[in-house]
Every structure is written in C-alpha cells, then in structure tokens.
Design a protein around this ligand. Structure first.
Ligand SMILES: [Zn+2]
Length: 107
C-alpha cells in the first residue's frame, strides 16, 4: 500500500508512540520512499565522529537524529495542538487543513 506523505519539511509534529513519545519537534527531512521523517531532537542516536583537524572536527561522540516512521507522528496544529491533516480544495489548489478546527496548515 502506498502511503501518501502529507508531512512536509518544517512542519511541527508530535511523536505519538515509541521511545520518544510525547516529544515535539520540527521536521528536518521527509523520506517519501520509506515513509519516514527526521524530526529535530527526536530519536537521537550517538554516533562516533572521527577527528578531522583540517575541518576543525575534534572527534568523539556526537548525537544526531535518526528517521522515524510517519505513522508514529501527528501534525501539530498551531491553533489546537496535535491533530490530523485534512484537505481543502480550492479550484486547482489543494491545501492542508487541520481536521479538528479547519485552520490552514500551509502558510
Ligand atoms: Zn486545529
């Protein structure tokens, strides 16, 4: 089944399940092929970094985000909080709206 990806970069999402349940963050990247998103400060994993003096990288342990499944997040409506994405059609244009309060989710 093909999952249509309605989450976009810079959306604010809330994690609804898993280790980081309850966390909220900005979408940094969307991976439509795997239906995953990279969310700021969510699913942080430790990664060892090799020192590279030429690029002024000290090396050691760095933390970085790892992608989580889109089905594990909900969009956060600026008006009413975590919600689902609905759609509104205006002529040719399709915009995303909050299903709870109908506020537009695209600026
Ligand atoms: Zn809303």
């Amino acid at each position: 089944m093909h999952t249509r990806v309605d989450i976009k970069r810079n959306d604010t999402v809330k994690v609804i399940t898993g280790r980081d349940k309850g966390k909220q963050g900005r979408v940094l990247r969307v991976f439509p092929d795997t239906a995953k998103v990279l969310v700021e400060h969510v699913m942080m994993v430790k990664k060892s970094v090799r020192p590279n003096p030429q690029r002024n990288i000290k090396g050691g342990i760095a933390e970085q985000e790892s992608p989580i499944s889109i089905s594990n997040v909900m969009i956060v409506c600026p008006t009413c909080g975590p919600s689902r994405i609905g759609h509104e059609h205006r002529g040719e244009k399709r915009t995303r709206i909050c299903r709870k309060c109908n506020a537009p989710l695209d600026k």
